[in-house]
Ligand binder design. Structure first.
Ligand code: HEM
Length: 311
């Protein structure tokens, strides 16, 4: 690949929010690596083209390859920082690792289009993979999580989204790719709704109705915002781009938490701070009301990286 030319990112990584999403997790059948690489390239190209075709409905998406399976498919080179999901457990706070070979993330403001495209993608992979997990996400109210709090307010904006989410010159072969972490959280909403609103707000660190951030001195050390708002050794904010959406049915519902970043370290540090706390017993109290059912680590390479193996 010519390093002078900026490889094209997969457009779903940094896209703005949508009304609907479909998440497909696949595991590959044995011995299909050589056929799978061109199929992955075709699916990524297909998603890229549909982004133009269905621009009116803001279609977008990306394909990402599981950390544990990268070397099987692309043994020639590995993203410098790619590693398995950092599973964690402390008290009743668990972040288990459940890895998949492939993650296809598609979003659109029309659900019928998404449904068609998801079927088409499944067809394109047929006989090569097994669809092991499927979930559908939706926008809830004015961009709220099912807890009732607005989610995504402090996400990077405009071109800063690319700066946060995409690998740059530090790893030239994987430029415009992104480290992706996915956790499916099932909420205990009956427990949450029994909590007075003021206590809920103390747990998030923002007001519920108006989504106003607490003053620094008022933020409990156990609030979600306090636990995830971290600085690096140079005092710079550690950021991730969140693409989370509510999912589920009456039986089981919660948040598909999705983080994209140019490094996997920011997500890992934040999760560590939520689960293990700050060393003084202050862990994230939001975790008392939700449970991570999965945890997977992927890399979403640039479109041009994937197309090297196009048929
Ligand atoms: C902020 C909800 C999991 C990282 C927020 C906010 C809400 C929220 C309501 C405040 C509004 C906003 O700025 O977006 C949730 C829920 C989660 C969850 C319901 C799971 C059930 C996580 C995880 C991480 C994370 C696992 C990272 C490991 C962040 C970050 C912010 C944030 C970085 C912005 C903080 C700031 O700069 O103020 N989250 N979150 N969240 N969350 Fe989460």
């Amino acid at each position: 690949m010519d390093n002078q030319v900026m490889p094209r990112e997969q457009l779903g990584i940094c896209a703005e929010g949508n009304l609907h999403s479909i998440y497909l997790m696949f595991n590959a059948n044995d011995g299909v690596e050589d056929q799978l690489r061109p199929s992955i390239a075709s699916v990524a190209q297909y998603i890229y083209e549909l982004t133009d075709q269905y621009a009116d409905s803001a279609f977008n998406g990306f394909v990402a390859i599981g950390a544990n399976f990268w070397d099987t498919y692309y043994p020639e080179a590995r993203p410098a920082l790619l590693k398995p999901f950092p599973s964690m457990s402390e008290g009743n706070r668990d972040a288990p690792a459940i890895e998949y070979d492939l993650f296809v993330h598609i979003r659109c403001d029309r659900f019928d289009i998404l449904h068609l495209v998801a079927n088409e993608i499944n067809q394109m992979f047929e006989d090569l993979v097994e669809l092991v997990e499927e979930e559908r996400g939706f926008r809830f109210m004015d961009n709220r999580d099912l807890t009732g709090f607005v989610d995504g307010t402090e996400n990077p904006k405009g071109r800063h989204r690319q700066q946060v989410a995409l690998v740059a010159d530090e790893d030239p072969e994987f430029k415009s790719g992104s480290y992706v972490h996915v956790q499916k959280y099932a909420h205990n909403l009956s427990k949450w709704h029994r909590l007075p609103v003021k206590n809920q707000e103390d747990i998030i660190g923002r007001t519920k109705q108006d989504d106003i951030e607490y003053e620094s001195e008022d933020k409990p050390l156990t609030s979600h915002i306090k636990r995830v708002n971290l600085k690096d050794a140079n005092g710079a904010s550690m950021e991730i781009l969140r693409q989370s959406m509510p999912y589920g049915s009456v039986k089981e519902q919660g948040l598909m938490f999705i983080s994209s970043c140019k490094t996997p370290d920011n997500f890992e540090q934040m999760l560590r701070s939520m689960i293990y706390g700050d060393g003084h017993g202050n862990h994230d109290h939001l975790m008392q009301f939700t449970k991570a059912l999965t945890g997977s680590s992927f890399f979403a390479p640039s479109l041009d990286f994937l197309l090297q193996w196009d048929e």
